[in-house]
Write a protein that binds this ligand. Structure first.
Ligand SMILES: Cc1cc2nc3c(=O)[nH]c(=O)nc-3n(C[C@H](O)[C@H](O)[C@H](O)COP(=O)(O)O)c2cc1C
Length: 392
């Protein structure tokens, strides 16, 4: 299938046309007034890059090292829950698109496909898994064991969801409250027949990680509700220490936005920090991730730092790398791709961002992503655009 869209915003528009409103809003929306969601993208635009000419560089090397390996591109597909509801087999399609592009992808704890499903579907590449710690600690241990068995090499522990943010679009659509398909949801689905056919073909969805456990509910809507209620608001650094002891692979903490928390993460012995505000879906009024990045890189004191939130353009990725991120994670950008066109849609998003990074480096007079990383803040016209406080 060829998917013709020219940028990530186009993928979003296609996703809107293809998905029932309730699911498009779930992906697209943020918490409360969506101020942090807007800041995540808006703050990238505040950074101006230096244009440099006549550098005579061709071709460019976009590969770089993050999470312990050299990858073909400086970004990966981050954990996005329920991808399998945006296209049948969504998680598998995403993993395939990532693998074909030479980048990692991370399976969300709240996925339709399980790690085993991915392996069975022939996803041979390195796997990453994102973990939520539920009130039942035994379950976290079971998820860890499943991750170990599937050969997961990087575990992302998400810590910014102690309670679920207030998502007004979801509330309006009855997303959280629904335990079965009511007339309104049914009508929304009927308006998207291609999606319905795709879903029917994929079979009855459920959360892969809790498949066969009746206590989580009888269908995906009940399971989603139960799981979000079970995320433990009492999760503490002691749990991080405990998980660090139990997980021998690489481990990150995802959801750090404050330098103090970055320092504590360092003590906990994690391998990397993911600067994230959950794509503006949690604390509305929290700062943007890109504005938090410089202060966190400084506090991390050599510990690897990645970033997600608001990545819609290759230039956003270039800016995050110049501010000290080793790599970035995509969220909505590729989820829209999956919704717009399955594996081809995700591959198209990856290819577009790749091209944008390549052209950006060329116009900055740079020959590689590694050279950009070495250039650092000198990539920017104004080195302190977010102010000195960002480096405290
Ligand atoms: C629909 C959706 C579902 C998500 N599900 C998860 C999840 O299950 N686990 C997780 O750690 N983060 C989850 N996230 C957050 C993303 O990993 C990432 O932090 C965020 O999407 C980055 O912002 P962006 O979408 O603006 O790029 C989700 C985000 C979206 C949009």
């Amino acid at each position: 299938m060829t998917i013709a869209f020219a940028n990530v915003a186009d993928a979003r528009r296609l996703a809107r046309r293809r998905l029932p409103k309730i699911f498009f809003d779930y992906v697209d929306g943020g918490a409360s007034a969506e101020a942090t969601l807007a800041a995540n993208t808006g703050d990238f635009d505040r950074l101006s890059l230096h244009q440099r000419v006549l550098a005579g560089l061709e071709p460019r090397d976009l590969s770089t090292v993050f999470l312990g390996q050299r990858h073909a591109l400086p970004f990966m597909l981050g954990p996005v829950g329920f991808l399998g509801l945006f296209a049948g087999g969504g998680e598998i399609l995403a993993a395939r698109a990532a693998h074909a592009a030479g980048i990692p992808s991370c399976l969300s704890n709240f996925s339709i496909a399980s790690l085993d499903d991915l392996r069975r579907a022939g996803c041979a590449g390195p796997l990453q898994f994102q973990l939520y710690v539920l009130k039942d600690r035994g379950l976290a241990d079971e998820f860890l064991a499943a991750a170990q068995a599937a050969g997961v090499e990087t575990l992302h522990l998400t810590v910014d969801t102690a309670v679920t943010g207030i998502r007004e679009r979801d509330a309006r659509n009855g997303f959280r409250a629904a335990t079965r398909i009511g007339p309104r949801m049914g009508l929304g689905m009927a308006l998207r027949p291609a999606w319905v056919v795709d879903m029917l073909r994929a079979g009855r969805p459920g959360v892969g990680a809790v498949r066969g456990r009746a206590e989580f509910g009888a269908n995906i809507l009940e399971q989603a509700g139960t799981l979000s209620r079970l995320i433990d608001p009492a999760l503490s650094w002691a749990d991080v220490d405990r998980l660090r002891e139990r997980w021998s692979g690489r481990m990150t903490i995802k959801g750090i936005l404050h330098p103090e928390d970055a320092r504590r993460a360092r003590q906990a012995g994690v391998d990397a920090i993911v600067v994230s505000n959950h794509g503006g879906r949690q604390l509305d009024g929290a700062r943007s991730t890109v504005s938090a990045l410089p202060g966190i890189v400084e506090a991390a004191d050599g510990l690897e730092v990645l970033l997600d939130g608001g990545i819609r353009r290759g230039t956003d990725i270039v800016k995050a790398l110049a501010l000290g991120a080793s790599g970035v994670l995509l969220g909505r950008a590729y989820a829209w791709g999956i919704a717009a066109g399955g594996e081809a849609g995700a591959a198209r998003v990856i290819a577009l961002l790749k091209e944008e990074i390549d052209v950006t480096l060329a116009l900055m007079g740079l020959s590689s992503v590694d050279e950009l990383k070495r250039l650092g803040r000198d990539a920017f016209v104004d080195r302190d655009v977010f102010g000195p406080a960002d480096r405290s």
